[in-house]
Design a protein around this ligand. Structure first.
Ligand code: GLY
Length: 377
């Protein structure tokens, strides 16, 4: 896409290599300003459906609507309430009905504009309507830019747990406008950073060392550090997804900290008191503690990870409001609701030092118990 313009001259492009379903990821500041051109190039049909949330709509709707009008592109704007509660069957059904009322065709284009909730929800709408509309991801949070917009996981929540209803459905492209991060609160940026940290810990010790030096600069959105952190995260994710799209093996490494984290989030009730990335940061530390107990990680390695989590201002332990009401058994029970159960066994991503990890169900009961006790104390 030759016409892509960025405000600071730094445009990065990567590829998720999946044969005929391969797609590009573009990273740069100001890319949303050219969204109508991107949509025009990607659109095979006649209509575009932006799915966003009310916060992000407030920031972009006017400008994007004007931009699409000038480009003479048919645009329908659909917006849900911000937050995890919108990854619901009710919100999904309402979006499907609203789009179906416009008589869409398979070649029409769904544009997911927002954070992880919007991307997962819009992606699932696109995956299932007419058995698949084209779709592109335009992630506007750090978490979505480095993780959820890449790799084709789409879905919504069930009363039984998070992301239990979904599909693997790849976008046609991912457009990452780093300028969109300026509107995020420092807390939301920190939460997204937990997923960046994950890539260093599972795959790339040098990247972790870079984050130790430059993590603060990433959180302050300093362009050089930020672009490198986003591009490296997306490159690692693209590589892992290309090797294992449907999580038969290696992709599960991307769930470092998530089995513990999802359980904490479920118990906290998705009401904003504990953000996904905050739960993941606590879960990453829990995974390191588990690996430490099993001799896979040394004391200095554990200390290094904890020091980085502390330095970046991510939570170091389960918040009081949760430990006050959560028993170790309740936590263990919440973990078994996760998707990472197979053959009736919970699977864990265990770090091996820094920069490598493995997935196993073979975790000694007493080692697990000591980590659960730490998490719920
Ligand atoms: N967020 C983990 C994955 O996409 O596999």
């Amino acid at each position: 896409m030759d016409f892509l313009n960025v405000s600071d001259g730094r445009l990065v492009s990567l590829e998720v290599a999946l044969g005929e379903r391969s797609y590009p990821i573009y990273i740069g500041a100001g890319l949303i300003e050219g969204l109508s051109q991107v949509a025009a190039a990607a659109l095979r049909g006649k209509q575009c459906f932006v799915i966003s949330d009310d916060r992000v709509s407030g920031l972009y709707r006017q400008a994007i609507t004007r931009d699409f009008e000038q480009a003479d592109l048919a645009l329908h704007w659909l917006s849900v309430a911000p937050g995890e509660s919108s990854k619901s069957q009710a919100a999904y059904a309402a979006l499907c009905e609203a789009i179906l009322a416009k008589r869409p065709e398979r070649r029409d284009l769904v544009i997911a504009l927002g954070g992880g909730v919007v991307g997962d929800l819009a992606g699932f709408v696109a995956a299932t309507l007419l058995r698949g509309l084209d779709f592109i991801q335009v992630p506007t949070t750090l978490l979505a830019q480095v993780d959820s917009s890449v790799g084709g996981k789409t879905g919504i929540n069930s009363q039984q747990g998070k992301n239990l209803i979904g599909a693997f459905y790849q976008p046609k492209l991912v457009l990452i406008d780093t300028a969109s991060l300026n509107s995020l609160s420092p807390r939301a940026r920190r939460a997204g950073y937990a997923e960046i940290l994950k890539y260093g810990l599972i795959h790339d010790a040098d990247f972790f060392a870079f984050l130790e030096r430059e993590g603060e600069a990433v959180l302050n959105l300093e362009p050089e550090a930020l672009n490198r952190a986003i591009a490296t995260s997306c490159r690692i994710k693209a590589e892992i997804v290309a090797a294992d799209e449907r999580e038969a093996g290696r992709r599960a490494l991307l769930n470092l900290g998530h089995t513990f984290g999802h359980a904490l989030e479920a118990l906290a009730g998705y009401d904003g008191r504990l953000l996904h990335g905050e739960a993941v940061a606590i879960g990453i530390q829990a995974a390191y503690r588990l690996s430490r107990t099993m001799g896979l990680v040394s004391e200095p390695e554990l200390a290094r990870v904890v020091a980085h989590i502390r330095a970046l201002g991510l939570p170091l332990e389960t918040p009081r409001f949760l430990t006050a009401n959560t028993s170790a058994d309740a936590l263990l029970n919440a973990m078994t609701q996760d998707k990472k159960v197979s053959d009736g066994k919970l699977h864990f991503v265990l770090p091996r030092g820094i920069g490598a990890a493995l997935v196993t169900a073979e975790v000694p009961a007493e080692a697990l118990r000591s980590v659960i006790d730490w998490l719920s104390a």
